[in-house]
Design a protein around this ligand. Structure first.
Ligand SMILES: Cc1cc2nc3c(=O)[nH]c(=O)nc-3n(C[C@H](O)[C@H](O)[C@H](O)COP(=O)(O)OP(=O)(O)OC[C@H]3O[C@@H](n4cnc5c(N)ncnc54)[C@H](O)[C@@H]3O)c2cc1C
Ligand code: SF4
Ligand code: SF4
Length: 475
């Protein structure tokens, strides 16, 4: 049996994301492991960033939470009277994907309920908050309230520690995601969607003429009938599993991350930094994303293949000691991004998956905000059409998957092949690539050039990289 050390757990959901048997159930502030379903494969133990899971014999009994206790019943819920027993669409998860899909579907006339298990939209923050400026502008007009900083250049740090400036394809923003996520939820509410916080979806079943979603709210269970469920429940997604879609991410494909928001750091505000190397972040990279002159999100993502040796917090502490020894810690966060390049299937009868739940993040960078928003727009539109046409079959909803494939799905599959090649490069090759880049004029040091040099002996991957960069430039 697997033990859960509750006072170490951050309820980040990484373990749920890799569990192949759906044995882990995550609530607002509790986690239960279903002994009957657990095959003791230990994947969850390997990826947990806080080392909060263990073989049961290891910790002292007092450290292990009681697996029977789910949540504290609280009869004082002023909103419980407003929960109806039917909505056209139930969106599960109030991150960017869920809120934006809810907004679009509500704008098109659907009756939408959005449920979010946390107490606030946008918190806890599990993100470095970086996005491409041009891409974001295609979706929203930038608002100074949710833009913390503007990025003009990138710096690449190979294992030998030299720094090489790289021209990005577009400038960037570092968001204030708490405000940003909240703004999208406000837009959803303005469009007519109902939003319930501290509300966890715990099950889904097909009933005659539709679906029934079970939600747990402040210790009470509610059954809600609906025609369509949009699973926007992030890395810990269970909606797809309830619908028979295989969503478990292999440890190899999950980037397990730890991040500190640091104050009192000396950073160049216009530069994002990316650090590579076996001792820095095996199967991933470390980042420094400035939020201003003296504050930065500093994090490390490592492939789940390696996180069983050392947790990302180990690498992060070493990184911070080296580069920011006088900094002060403002926030700690841990999480993960599925970087599998995409699921084979993101729709089922009455069900659509969107955002991290559908593995839609860029598999190379792990950036998932923009792709989640783009997918959510298509999903919201197709969902509203399905409701108005009275057809929520997988065949009808397939339109969403097809549009997503044309927009970014195919590109992400190419990017996955490039990622596999890049993260296999040894330290020597990374150092050599940096040296070659240094010999070029600054304006020639583009991302395409980085791939051309680093992968020069892998022509098939270079074709993927070239096609990928061309698509990125055109969009
Ligand atoms: C450390 C770290 C750094 C990152 N940095 C960047 C970056 O710089 N740029 C970038 O673009 N991307 C970044 N990402 C990825 C990015 O955060 C995600 O891709 C993005 O948040 C995906 O949005 P989403 O709406 O799909 O999922 P999420 O934002 O994860 O939202 C899912 C929501 O569903 C809720 N939920 C889950 N289960 C249930 C349930 N059963 N019932 C009710 N609610 C539920 C969760 O509480 C959560 O609020 C980073 C990720 C990590 C972990
Ligand atoms: S992976 Fe996250 S949710 Fe799971 S036990 Fe570890 S800290 Fe808790
Ligand atoms: S990941 Fe493996 S060990 Fe962990 S709960 Fe799931 S089946 Fe059990």
């Amino acid at each position: 049996m697997i033990g859960h050390i509750r006072n170490r757990c951050d309820f980040c959901g990484v373990c749920v994301g890799v569990c192949p048997t759906d044995a882990i159930v995550l609530f607002e502030s509790d986690l239960r492991i279903e002994g009957d379903s657990c095959t003791k494969c230990a994947r969850c133990i390997h990826v947990c960033p806080y080392k909060a899971l263990t073989e049961l014999s290891e910790p002292t009994p007092s450290e292990i939470c009681n697996p029977g206790v789910l949540s504290v019943p609280d009869p004082l819920d002023p909103l419980s009277g407003t929960i109806r027993d039917y909505y056209d669409i139930v969106v599960i998860g109030g991150g960017p994907a869920g809120s934006y899909a809810a907004k679009i579907a509500a704008e098109k006339g659907a009756d939408v309920l959005l449920v979010e298990k946390d107490t606030q939209i946008g918190l806890p923050l599990r993100c470095a908050e970086g996005v491409g400026a041009d891409e974001l502008r295609q979706i929203f007009d930038p608002d100074p309230r949710w833009i913390a900083n503007q990025i003009k250049r990138l710096k690449f740090f190979p294992p030998d520690g030299r720094e090489v400036e790289i021209m990005p394809d577009e400038p960037g923003y570092i968001l204030d995601r708490r405000v940003f996520d909240e703004e999208i939820a406000i837009q959803a509410a303005r469009a007519g969607a109902s939003i319930l916080l501290r509300t966890t979806a715990t099950g889904l079943s097909h009933q005659k003429g539709g679906l029934e979603v079970t939600i747990s709210r402040l210790g009470r269970q509610y059954k809600i009938r609906t025609m369509l469920v949009i699973g926007a429940d992030g890395v810990e997604s269970r909606v797809g599993r309830w619908a028979g879609i295989k969503t478990a991410c292999s440890p190899h494909d999950i980037e397990v991350c730890a991040q500190y928001t640091l104050g009192n750091v000396e950073v160049e505000p216009a530069y994002c930094q990316f650090h590579f190397g076996r001792d820095v972040a095996p199967g991933g990279y470390a980042w420094v994303f400035p939020k201003g002159r003296s504050v930065a999100n500093v994090g490390v993502g490592v492939s789940g293949d390696f996180s069983s040796h050392h947790s990302p917090l180990f690498y992060l502490n070493r990184f911070v000691e080296r580069y920011f020894p006088s900094s002060s810690l403002l926030r700690v966060t841990a999480g993960a991004v599925p970087c599998s390049g995409g699921l084979e299937r993101i729709v089922a009868d009455g069900v659509m998956l969107v955002g991290d739940a559908a593995h839609q993040a860029d598999p190379i960078t792990g950036g998932g905000i923009i792709s989640a928003l783009k997918a959510a727009k298509i999903a919201g539109e197709v969902a509203a059409q399905a409701i108005s046409s009275g057809d929520t079959s997988a065949r009808f909803l397939r339109e969403y998957q097809d549009q997503w494939d044309r927009l970014l799905g195919k590109l992400n599959r190419r990017a996955y092949r490039v990622k596999e090649a890049v993260f296999r490069l040894g330290d020597e090759r990374l150092n050599w690539t940096a040296k070659r880049l240094e010999g070029l004029r600054p304006e020639k040091r583009t991302l395409s050039k980085v791939f051309q040099i680093a992968l020069f002996d892998q022509p098939r991957v270079l074709v993927d990289a070239a096609a990928m960069m061309l698509r990125i430039k055109r969009r």
